[in-house]
Design a protein around this ligand. Structure first.
Ligand code: NAP
Length: 324
């Protein structure tokens, strides 16, 4: 399947490697306004066409699917434009910046019969699916915790993470920290308490305490201003599971109350993005408009939760101000 790439920055330079381990994905065109002519990949792959505007790539009859690797705030416009051309889309996370926009994408996908998948790799790797099967070993879930904190202070001020329109931790990391929890917990969330550290309009840190109707709880945090171990912990009535690098699971450890320890290893095929690309190819070939592993409803639910976290943090600040 011939992929065109829209936006050739950091993650797109990873995608060109990841796709080489898929069965039949290949890159045939790249649209980039900024990539230099002497980019090493382009120099080594003269058969890959370079366009300087995105629309021309969408008009290339050879392109069978697009991978959108622009920064967040440009996703919506180019997903919708690709759908105008009935070109299936794999778009980087977060797919869009609001639940309302997720609805717009979904409706357009249905109206045009065009596939769209948010490139949220976690659930596509075998490790996540094996983890789900192992959950009953620890009994009933009592509590989950995810932590995904990076320190972006070394990034240049022009980096999109510091753009008030699209930057911050919740937009960038929320999909991983919240998506992992929502991927494992199907019960409705009945209560959200949260904190947000906002500096110059940028959400540098968020934390959220969630209560699920099933009687268990979760805590998620993410940051662009500090570093922590990127781990998840799932506690159950009969033990716990520790998952390092939970957004791309290659191993985890189950510790049961009787003291036994089970170590699971799930080597990733290709790299952490390969399986999501492979899944998109299979879906597109079978004529689907959405993934059954990570649907547009799943994308929307993460965005709804992000919105609730913002709302709950705002309410907490307002009530503390009115109490003082
Ligand atoms: N799945 C993952 O593991 C993962 C990891 C990192 C990032 N991401 C996601 O991938 C997306 C891109 O991240 P990135 O780190 O690759 O971003 P990036 O390198 O900073 O930018 C990607 C592309 O966006 C366009 N762009 C950037 N700044 C722009 C500006 N000021 N005005 C107009 N266009 C601009 C450029 O397109 P041109 O090439 O046309 O100039 C650039 O090549 C984000 O949504 C991010 O969340 C995902």
């Amino acid at each position: 399947m011939n992929f065109g790439i829209i936006g050739f920055g950091n993650i797109a330079h990873k995608f060109i490697q990841s796709i080489t381990s898929t069965d039949e994905g290949r890159v045939t065109a790249i649209a980039s306004r900024s990539v230099p002519e002497n980019d090493p990949y382009l120099a080594a792959h003269p058969q890959v066409k370079l366009y300087r505007d995105y629309e021309t790539l969408l008009q290339d009859p050879q392109v069978e699917a697009v991978y959108i690797a622009l920064t967040h705030k440009y996703h919506k416009e180019w997903i919708l434009r690709a759908m105008d051309y009935h070109i299936p889309v794999l778009c980087e996370k977060p797919l869009v910046l609001s639940s309302k926009d997720a609805d717009i994408i979904r409706t357009k996908g249905k109206d045009t019969g065009t596939y769209c998948l948010e490139a949220l790799k976690t659930k596509f790797n075998d490790g996540f699916q094996h983890l789900k099967k192992d959950l009953p070993l620890i009994g009933q879930i009592r509590h989950l915790k995810t932590s995904f904190c990076s320190d972006a202070s070394g990034m240049p001020p022009s980096c999109f993470l510091f753009d008030p329109e699209q930057g911050g931790a919740l937009n960038d990391i929320g999909s991983y920290a919240l998506g992992f929890i929502l991927g494992l917990c199907e019960d409705p969330i009945t209560n959200v308490k949260s904190t947000l550290k906002v500096r110059e309009g940028i959400e540098e840190y968020f934390s959220a305490d969630l209560v699920f109707s099933g009687g268990y709880t979760a805590f998620a945090e993410g940051a662009i201003d500090r570093r922590t171990d990127r781990t998840a912990l799932i506690q159950g009535t009969k033990g716990k599971i520790e998952v390092p690098l939970f957004n791309r699971i290659s191993s985890y450890t189950i510790t049961l109350q009787d003291g036994s320890v089970i170590r699971r290893e799930n080597p990733i095929l290709g790299d952490d993005m390969t399986m999501e690309i492979q899944a998109a190819i299979q879906d597109i070939k079978s004529g689907k408009t959405e993934s059954s592993v990570h649907s547009l409803e799943d994308t929307k639910n993460i965005l709804i939760l992000s919105e609730k976290i913002r709302e709950a943090a705002q309410t907490a600040v307002s009530s503390s101000i009115s109490c003082n």
